[in-house]
Design a protein around this ligand. Structure first.
Ligand code: B12
Ligand code: SF4
Length: 394
């Protein structure tokens, strides 16, 4: 970095509000606010924010992110879509989607002093995991590709923290918070504003060179960096493949998903019984669902990740439903350590597998696995096992 830029960076950080964040996802706002935010110094000129933003993008790539963009804070249009979605009740039991008032669509209300959001993409698709083949093998479990390896939350948050430290080395203390997935943040809208891609009809962020097999993470900063051009063009055209392929008919229309019908919601977020009418439609998908991504033509351009942490563990990309159903709770806990599968918990894992086994063709291993759990201590599991056995008697 040139000494000129260094001086400019040094000049920049003085006078800014500091909110050094060890970063749990929901910020403790009381801790975050130490003093009112300073006026953006960009207005006064005199330092090279453009150079800093180029450096940030470079550092992001060095830390394993495939794309980095910088967004402003105007999410007004998305706020309206979000409100309509909530009013329709499409969030189901995900009460956290409605819980934070305006904060989700106003980053500076979530973290006062925020001026820009750095949005980053990290690709997660492991090499050839034969997705379509597994989906067509009804006795095999299909675990969605994002969940085959280690949990991404920790990994991405750590990298975001490293990015913040790198910025800090260059400019001195500044205010930031790192988020990935679980905070009240409109991550897809921010990514679109930062130029990472457009929100497709399947409601995921799509990129012409990378498809949609990626996670998003953000760094909220109090730096008046120049913003990138939003990705205003959208390239779904007349294609409706994602809407048509959805096994449960979860799309109300393009861009609008009734989460209550989405298999991802049913197998990961929903705590109780899976609605009986949806069970036969779930097939062998036991944790999440990828159908609306597999079918998307833009995903032909997705590149496999080189990230070791996202490679399949415990053969989760190729295991029989009956075999997974035999895992004891101890086995579940040890084999899902550091994995997104932990999120669903042992009982819901068995619930999901019971549905898969109910949808599998009748065979001795399938029936024996179900019979072995007919008297499972969990009422939830017993009810799903009874349903599954009844499927085989029909
Ligand atoms: C809640 C949630 C879910 C819910 C609801 C999904 C949803 N579409 O909202 C469930 C559990 C179903 C889910 C499933 C999945 N999720 Co999810 N999920 C989230 C979460 C926490 C919030 C999403 C959100 O804000 N929903 C609110 C609604 C209103 O948003 P929306 O439906 O997308 O609507 C937007 C647009 O479509 C548009 N819009 C709405 N209506 C209309 C109408 C018109 C006419 C137009 C033009 C636009 C428009 O504006 C809205 C606001 O931006 C985010 C993380 C985060 N904090 O952002 C991850 C996230 C979206 N999920 C992610 C992933 C990977 C998945 C799964 C692929 C996991 C899996 N394999 O099972 C599936 C994909 C299902 C799908 N097609 O969306 C990634 C997506 C990455 C990407 N490339 O986009 C995220 C960003 C997590 C992350 N940090 O990486 N998820
Ligand atoms: S993830 Fe599966 S169930 Fe959910 S909307 Fe996409 S295709 Fe439908």
């Amino acid at each position: 970095m040139s000494s000129n830029v260094w001086q400019n960076y040094t000049y920049l950080h003085r006078g800014f509000l500091f909110m050094h964040s060890p970063a749990p996802d929901i910020p403790t706002l009381g801790q975050a606010i130490k003093e009112p935010a300073a006026q953006p110094r960009a207005a006064t000129g005199g330092f090279d924010l453009a150079a800093l933003s180029l450096d940030i993008k470079e550092w992001g790539r060095e830390l394993g992110f495939q794309q980095v963009g910088i967004a402003g804070l105007d999410l007004a249009e998305h706020e309206q879509h979000l409100q309509r979605w909530l009013d329709a009740g499409y969030q189901g039991e995900m009460d956290y989607m409605a819980a934070h008032g305006r904060k989700r669509s106003h980053p500076d209300e979530l973290v006062p002093g925020t001026l820009r959001v750095i949005s980053l993409r990290m690709d997660y698709l492991p090499g050839d995991t034969e997705m379509s083949k597994r989906l067509s093998q009804p006795e095999t479990a299909y675990v969605s590709r994002y969940a085959l390896g280690r949990d991404y939350h920790k990994l991405i948050r750590k990298r975001l923290q490293q990015l913040a430290e790198r910025i800090q080395q260059a400019i001195g203390p500044f205010g930031y918070r790192a988020f990935v997935d679980s905070a009240p943040v409109l991550e897809k809208a921010i990514a679109q504003q930062a130029g990472l891609g457009w929100i497709g009809k399947n409601t995921l962020v799509l990129n012409r060179k990378a498809g949609s097999w990626f996670f998003l993470g953000e760094l909220f900063v109090d730096l008046p960096l120049p913003v990138d051009a939003p990705h205003v063009s959208e390239h779904c055209g007349s294609c409706n493949a994602c809407l048509d392929i959805c096994p449960t008919g979860a799309f109300v229309g393009p861009y609008v998903l009734d989460a209550r019908r989405c298999i991802s919601y049913l197998t990961i977020e929903l705590k109780g019984a899976i609605p009986v009418e949806l069970r036969p439609l779930i097939g062998n998908r036991v944790f999440g669902c990828d159908d609306c991504q597999i079918i998307c033509p833009w995903n032909r351009f997705a590149r496999p990740t080189s990230q070791g942490d996202f490679q399949p563990r415990h053969q989760l990309d190729n295991s029989e439903l009956a075999q997974l159903f035999r895992w004891t709770e101890e086995e579940f806990l040890s084999r899902t350590e550091g994995s997104p599968l932990r999120r669903t918990g042992y009982q819901n894992w068995l619930r999901n597998l019971a549905v898969g086994l109910g949808n599998a063709p009748s065979s001795i291993p399938v029936l024996e696995a179900l019979e072995a759990r007919r008297d499972d201590p969990s009422e939830l599991v017993r009810e799903h096992v009874t349903w599954a056995l009844a499927q085989h008697q029909q």
